[in-house]
Design a protein around this ligand. Structure first.
Ligand code: AOF
Ligand code: ZN
Length: 379
């Protein structure tokens, strides 16, 4: 069959999969479509963590006999049993599906090609790798998390044309327009956690919840504040609003020991969590922090600034992707998002790969991935 036909149905799987954003983590986003004689018989997606997978949902939604049909799915059907739901390969075989077309092998080491093998052993035709890159990007957080036990780190920033994220006084409301900010709120739904530093906390008193007309599905992401807890004013929104049990303070033991009794009492009474990391060369050890967040099943972190936080993630090479909103304004003074006085030669510049550009309502949105080949300042 023409590959473009497969691509159409896999694209439909991607759309169905996206419906699970905000509710399926730490599982992947998965959609499935069942097709016979060019007619869609049924569709489904993985709707929430612990719930049925996309393939059995699509099969259950078929209005007609699905024997001999093709099942499309963006992820390889699962085959393992040490988990919450029964293996999808058994359901597919039992329902006499003839062919399975997928985008990505499941990077989960319990599956990882074994699902395909079982289907082929049962006599089904399996086609792997349709729109593989897009499928991988859709589930980039799941791919990183399942392979490293550390969350996917996505830095987002809004900058002026002259590269500033705030004026010299720290004012940043607003650099980007509403259209850009809606996208950021969608990203808050997509990510398990949002992270800021102590400066952003005291400058903006953010809420870090999901608004701007984006359906939050009742979710408030984990809200991580990184910095010295003993210097934090705990009257800010993140520590006192009704979602304070979704707030995590990332700090050092030393700083925690210096916190006042009143601060510790406030943390306890408001259900705020504390995660310890250590200092390396004066900044927080982010690899250790990410490992600890991974243990909490946080698969993705959206880093929303400011300068010192972004600089630490870049210098420690603990990020995967940066999205820059470049906005049509210049201010002639202000704060940059990255500072490095030791970087004097262009050959040492932080470089990126797989860049992609979008136009968002008169603003340029540039997505860039960490250059895995490049050497970093710490190497
Ligand atoms: C699929 N279809 O829709 C999803 C899959 O605990 P469970 O039973 O939900 O299993 C989670 C694992 O199953 C997850 O780590 C991933 O490997 C796979 N996810 N597989 O066939 C789906 N969501
Ligand atoms: Zn499954």
């Amino acid at each position: 069959m023409d590959r473009s036909v497969h691509e159409q149905y896999i694209k439909r799987c991607f759309s169905l999969a996206r419906k699970g954003m905000g509710t399926v983590s730490p599982n992947p986003l998965v959609g499935s479509v069942i097709v016979k004689d060019n007619i869609i018989l049924g569709e489904g997606n993985h709707e929430f963590y612990g719930g049925p997978h996309a393939e059995p949902n699509a099969i259950a939604n078929c209005k007609e006999d699905r024997s001999g049909a093709t099942l499309y799915c963006n992820l390889e059907p699962c085959c393992h049993t040490n988990k919450q739901t029964p293996p999808c390969v058994n359901t597919i075989i039992k329902n006499k599906i003839k062919r399975v077309v997928i985008s990505n092998l499941d990077p989960n080491p319990n599956v990882s090609g074994n699902g395909v093998k079982l289907l082929e052993d049962a006599g089904l035709e399996v086609i792997v790798g349709v729109l593989e890159e897009e499928g991988r990007e859709l589930n980039e957080a799941f791919f990183k998390f399942i392979q490293t036990n550390k969350p996917f780190v996505h830095i987002k920033l809004a900058q002026t044309l002259d590269g500033k994220i705030a004026t010299d006084t720290g004012d940043s409301k607003w650099i980007s327009n509403d259209s850009a900010r809606v996208i950021v709120h969608e990203w808050r739904l997509k990510h398990d956690a949002v992270l800021v530093g102590r400066n952003t906390l005291s400058k903006d008193n953010p809420t870090l919840n999901i608004r701007m007309g984006v359906d939050s599905k009742g979710k408030v992401p984990y809200r991580i504040v990184m910095g010295s807890v003993d210097k934090m004013d705990l009257s800010f929104n993140l520590f006192s609003d009704k979602w304070s049990d979704r707030t995590i303070i990332a700090t050092t033991v030393k700083s925690y020991n210096n916190a006042s009794d009143a601060q510790l009492e406030h943390i306890k009474n408001n259900g705020i969590s504390v995660v310890f990391t250590e200092l390396i060369n004066g900044s927080m050890d982010l690899e250790l922090l990410l490992k600890k967040l991974g243990k909490l099943k946080i698969t993705s972190v959206l880093v929303e600034g400011g300068k010192s936080v972004i600089t630490s993630f870049i210098n420690q090479k603990q990020y995967d992707k940066i999205s820059f909103f470049v906005c049509p304004k210049i201010i002639g003074n202000g704060i940059s998002y990255y500072e490095n006085e030791n970087l004097t030669n262009m050959k040492d510049a932080i470089s990126f790969e797989k860049t992609r550009v979008e136009n968002i309502d008169n603003q340029v949105l540039i997505h860039a991935y960490k250059n895995l080949e490049a050497k970093c300042l710490q190497d």
